[in-house]
Design a protein around this ligand. Structure first.
Ligand SMILES: Cc1cc2nc3c(=O)[nH]c(=O)nc-3n(C[C@H](O)[C@H](O)[C@H](O)COP(=O)(O)OP(=O)(O)OC[C@H]3O[C@@H](n4cnc5c(N)ncnc54)[C@H](O)[C@@H]3O)c2cc1C
Ligand SMILES: NC(=O)c1ccc[n+]([C@@H]2O[C@H](COP(=O)([O-])OP(=O)(O)OC[C@H]3O[C@@H](n4cnc5c(N)ncnc54)[C@H](O)[C@@H]3O)[C@@H](O)[C@H]2O)c1
Length: 451
């Protein structure tokens, strides 16, 4: 398979979720592989995304657990929280994972270049150090980058790239956007004691999730003290002499005051300056690389996987695309990725998770559907005198009884949904769920008790 007229069989640009998986699988199929990484091996998920975010969620959750502990007979005295301890422990774990990913590449004999690479032609790349390299195939797995809308004072704001490195816990945080990152960090900072205001240009939070769950999240988070300003685009952010930030919103007479302003208004495919035009690689309107079902671009020797293709910006999808690409091109396997029934979750507090279409989408697509739900107060909330209720919804095709979707909000929703997603993907019916005996006492048992 190796072709000695090229330096490598595969050159991967970007050692993130998709790039690392593709590199090591291609190498295990016998390909000579090299990968370039301009920041840190591991990519967004490991270095400044899913992993450190989830650890912050865990860290912030202790506030609630400590509050509730007295109900269970524990005397908890003199508790305090130290941001730097949590921050540094999280960053240490990121270092550990960075080393683990690096070692995976080493074990598979994937050559690493810790510098930026750009494409210079269908079979060639240039490293930042000036070295030119040729490869039979090139895989672009450069991910995405936070979008910073244009407004005066944007330079005073941070994005998810910086939020993991703050020197102190902000007393007041203003968060722009109401998508995944905004809602997850609103939950983290709120639980840690910061005053949080979420500012959104529309009145929709978490577009794409079922309306009933979004409404529930809004209601619970407002009761927990998160403030919202809807239909309020940013006008400007001014930095005062005392370091505080004034956030001016269009049409509002007074500014919000903040120690930090986190902008979480989406992520754009990272294709700027990548030299794709030198190889005739076509891009879409959002700068995304256009690919066919096999991750191949308009240049036959160049492929792309993950966020840079702007299809589903989730780690498991990037990994699956990287795996399928390597298995197909270097392992001769013909794998087609099935993008239906991809489960997803927002690690807000409480978390929200879903698989399959929303109620509205299902009605449009299937016409006659049945909706079952369970609106319940989890046992642990009752015991802790918390009024917060969980909500599970199941959407069923009326014609076939097949479960099309499950949507959940409540403690541990992502953990429960991953298992339920298998049943949805397998095409099980409502009758199959009903025939399953409940596991009691659990929150998950609501899945088989829905009316
Ligand atoms: C705060 C946050 C939280 C998230 N939480 C979740 C979550 O809970 N669950 C989930 O599924 N997804 C989550 N995501 C999304 C997830 O991180 C991405 O979908 C995933 O990392 C995409 O993988 P990728 O391989 O496409 O790109 P990435 O992992 O971003 O990797 C791309 C790599 O390419 C490198 N690179 C870019 N250009 C070049 C170049 N020219 N030369 C060399 N190297 C280059 C980058 O430095 C980067 O390391 C989160 C994202 C963020 C920002
Ligand atoms: N739990 C997870 O799986 C997870 C967590 C974080 C991020 N991610 C991935 O990363 C992607 C990026 O996350 P995100 O939260 O930045 O994006 P997002 O697409 O989830 O949300 C963007 C938000 O910004 C708002 N917005 C967009 N442009 C704006 C502007 N000019 N001014 C004001 N508001 C604006 C949108 O209305 C929306 O509320 C997600 O789409 C997701 O795929 C996943």
């Amino acid at each position: 398979m190796t072709d000695i007229q090229f330096d490598y069989d595969l050159f991967v640009i970007g050692a993130g979720s998709g790039g690392v998986r593709a590199s090591r699988v291609a190498a295990s199929h016998g390909a000579r592989v090299a990968v370039a990484e301009e920041y840190r091996v591991g990519g967004t998920c490991v270095i400044r995304g899913c992993v450190p975010k989830k650890l912050l969620v865990y860290g912030s959750h202790f506030a609630e657990e400590l509050q509730d502990a007295a109900n269970y007979g524990w005397t908890v005295q003199g508790t305090s929280f130290d941001w730097l301890t949590l921050r540094d422990a999280v960053l240490k774990d990121v270092d550990r994972l960075n080393a683990a990913y690096t070692s995976t590449l080493e074990t598979h004999k994937v050559e690493r270049f810790l510098e930026r690479a750009v494409i210079t032609g269908p079979h060639s790349v240039r490293l930042a150090s000036g070295r030119d390299i040729t490869a039979k195939h090139i895989l672009v797995a450069t991910g995405a980058w936070p979008v910073m809308p244009e407004f005066e004072g944007a330079e005073h704001c941070i994005t998810s790239n910086e939020v993991f490195h703050l020197d102190s816990l902000p007393r007041r945080v203003v968060i722009a956007g109401a998508g995944y990152i905004a809602m997850e960090f609103a939950g983290i900072f709120n639980a840690l004691g910061s005053h949080v205001t979420v500012v959104n240009r529309s009145e929709t939070i978490l577009r794409g999730y079922d309306q009933a769950l979004r409404d529930r999240l809004l209601q619970i988070t407002m009761a927990r003290g998160i403030q919202y300003r809807f239909n309020c685009p940013f006008e400007k952010v001014l930095k005062r002499a005392d370091g505080l930030l004034e956030v001016w919103l269009k049409g509002q007479p007074d500014p919000l005051l903040a120690d930090q302003v986190l902008v979480a208004t989406g992520r754009r495919p990272k294709t700027d300056g990548l030299g794709l035009e030198t190889a005739g690689v076509d891009l879409g309107d959002n700068g995304e690389i256009l690919v066919d079902d096999h991750a191949q671009t308009s240049c036959p020797s160049i492929y792309a996987v993950g966020d840079v293709t702007d299809r589903v910006q989730l780690t498991p999808v990037a990994i699956r695309e990287g795996q399928a690409f390597a298995d197909r091109v270097f392992g001769g396997k013909h794998v087609k990725i099935d993008y239906s029934c991809i489960p997803s979750a927002v690690f807000s507090q409480p978390p929200l998770a879903g698989v399959g279409p929303t109620e509205g989408e299902a009605r449009n697509k299937y016409g006659a559907i049945k909706v079952f739900s369970s609106d319940f107060r989890p046992m642990k909330n009752i015991f802790a005198h918390r009024p917060e209720r969980g909500l599970y919804k199941m959407i069923v095709d009326a014609a076939t009884d097949r479960v099309l979707a499950i949507h959940m909000i409540g403690p541990e929703a992502p953990e429960i949904l991953q298992a339920a997603a298998i049943a949805v993907k397998a095409g099980l019916s409502k009758a199959d769920f009903d025939a399953t005996v409940a596991l009691h006492p659990s929150m998950a048992e609501e899945l088989v008790l829905m009316k």
